[in-house]
Design a binder for this molecule. Sequence first.
Ligand SMILES: *Cc1c(COP(=O)(O)O)cnc(C)c1O
Length: 359
Amino acid sequence: MRITPSSNRLSQALREQRLIAPGFGRYFTDHMVVIPFQGGHWQQGELKAYGPLSLDPATSALHYGQAVFEGFKAFVQEGGGVKTFRPHANAERFNRSAARLAMPPLPVDRFIEAADELIRIDRSWIPQNKGESLYLRPLMFATDTCLGVRPSQEYLFVLIASPAGAYFSKGVQPVTVWVSEEFVRAAPGGTGEAKCAGNYAASLLAQAQAQEKGCDQVVWLDAVDREFIEEMGGMNLFFVNQKNGKTIVSTPELSGTLLPGITRSSVLELARELGFDAVERKLGLAQWREEIASGEMTEVFACGTAAVITPVGHVKANGFEMQINKGANGVVTMALREALLAIQYGAVADTHGWMHGVF
Ligand SMILES: *Cc1c(COP(=O)(O)O)cnc(C)c1O
């Protein structure tokens, strides 16, 4: 990779000001990585100054949405140094998403190298406080300048980085969710398993509707029966049940229409290690209501890279409303959240090989 350091970095004073309350996805570091795919091959990449891309108006991705992305984080470790969480899993999912959209795979080592180099050159942008991180956003889109509907022959891989604040600045707070019975996120045979830009475009109206109903996030039902719970916004859902003295942590099974979250798979593993039963299952809306009403289901939470683990306190839908755990944070939810954060920040040994050392 060619490295061309920026000659126009933000001043230390301005950078430090931005790092006081970085929020999410608002500020970007001084550099980015671009790797073009041309002539059937990935070309030499370049690490260079962050800045606008110049695109022909006929750029294929702008018209037909052939675009995929990823998201993962780098954490300052308690013992010093910086590590990313499961970046190889993101690289592999990136390539599965690309394959679904008839795009070429990027070799995993080039994906990892791009991230490591960007993190190293922009290390002064990584926030240091507990709960903070550097969010990495890889993306790839079709760059043919042609209005013919076919897979592009040329692509651009881009990697940018953004300092991320603690998601819950005032402490973890449960969210309220709206079950959308009008819109669906993904249908069998569609692109639900791929992290593609279009899935998000198609979700925005339902999300706006959830907000009109006084909710924070939308919960998606399956497209066929409009009954089975799939995901919450851009996060995977989990349920905690107490049955015959056992704690059962469950999540909707990967049916082909769910995004296979890396946080989701990590939570399933951690739940077993904490001594809970962890299962994937199909859960219908009627069953969900019943389990909450009977008191068997004691907690609901959502998980994803950006917010880690978010408790769900209320569920609203057409004609009913339910409260979970009196609208408070649940103990199993918070134990899983702490267990995951402890690994990410290096407070405990990484027995899973999830952390990738950058420096
Ligand atoms: C990215 C994403 C998730 C969460 O995946 P993680 O790998 O845990 O960040 C869940 N659902 C959707 C729709 C997503 O796009």
